[in-house]
Design a protein around this ligand. Structure first.
Ligand SMILES: [Zn+2]
Length: 230
């Protein structure tokens, strides 16, 4: 695993748990590796609903805003990205790993609360606290990658997709479910969550500018992107 994870400060390898080649030290507690160097605010509401996120909040929220079930979208995404080494960005409780076959399964999030739940529910998943805009992962090291319900929450979807492209191996797939400017519901969600959301084309353009292959499916307020690095 230390072959894949990298120091978020300088990108060097870890020579020990968790000391990088240049001597930066990081901690691990309750099985959660903390590679976050900056203070990123976690969404208060999400932290409050964390214990009920996977069983109640996400299923009800997704059904109301997408007209499809949460398990359906997670299964669809999870199966597409199966591979030896898989990373899920904004993993939350790690639900996608119920559907993804992987030997090394890495869940990344900024929230300790969610990562602690992930570790309890799915102890085989490597839980990493880290920044989606500066993935603590080696170049071209992953066989599959997902970012479910997360890109629209980041200050820069462009930087996040650039990072996805950097860490994915050639010939491998990624999936992302994003809140896009689709309808009155997406605009309503953007308003209550205080988010700037973009139309589908905005994302298509970013993927294409990075020479990635991209397809999409509109699902209510959401868009399901499938991307591949040729
Ligand atoms: Zn370092």
């Amino acid at each position: 695993m230390s072959d894949i994870l990298r120091c978020p400060i300088d990108g060097s390898k870890f020579v020990d748990k968790w000391v990088c080649e240049k001597g930066h030290r990081f901690s691990e507690s309750n099985g959660v590796i903390d590679l976050l160097t900056e203070d990123i605010k976690t969404e208060k509401l999400l932290d409050i609903v964390a214990p009920l996120y996977e069983s109640v909040y996400a299923p009800i929220g997704f059904t109301l805003t997408a007209g499809k079930s949460y398990n359906w979208i997670m299964k669809k995404a999870g199966e597409l990205i199966s591979g030896t080494i898989v990373l899920d960005i904004g993993t939350g409780t790690g639900k996608i790993f119920d559907y993804t076959k992987c030997e090394i399964c890495i869940g990344l999030d900024v929230s300790f609360k969610f990562l602690n739940i992930l570790k309890k529910k799915r102890p085989n998943v490597l839980a990493v606290r880290g920044n989606a805009l500066k993935l603590p992962v080696a170049d071209e090291s992953l066989d599959g990658l997902s970012a479910m319900f997360v890109l629209h929450m980041l200050p820069s979807p462009l930087v996040a997709i650039r990072e996805i492209n950097r860490v994915l191996k050639h010939g491998k797939k990624c999936v992302a479910t994003v809140l896009t400017k689709n309808n009155a519901i997406s605009n309503f969600l953007a308003k209550i969550w205080k988010l700037n959301i973009y139309p589908i084309d905005y994302y298509i353009k970013i993927f294409e500018e990075m020479n990635m292959e991209v397809e999409y499916e509109k699902i209510g307020a959401w868009t399901f992107f499938t991307c591949a690095k040729p």
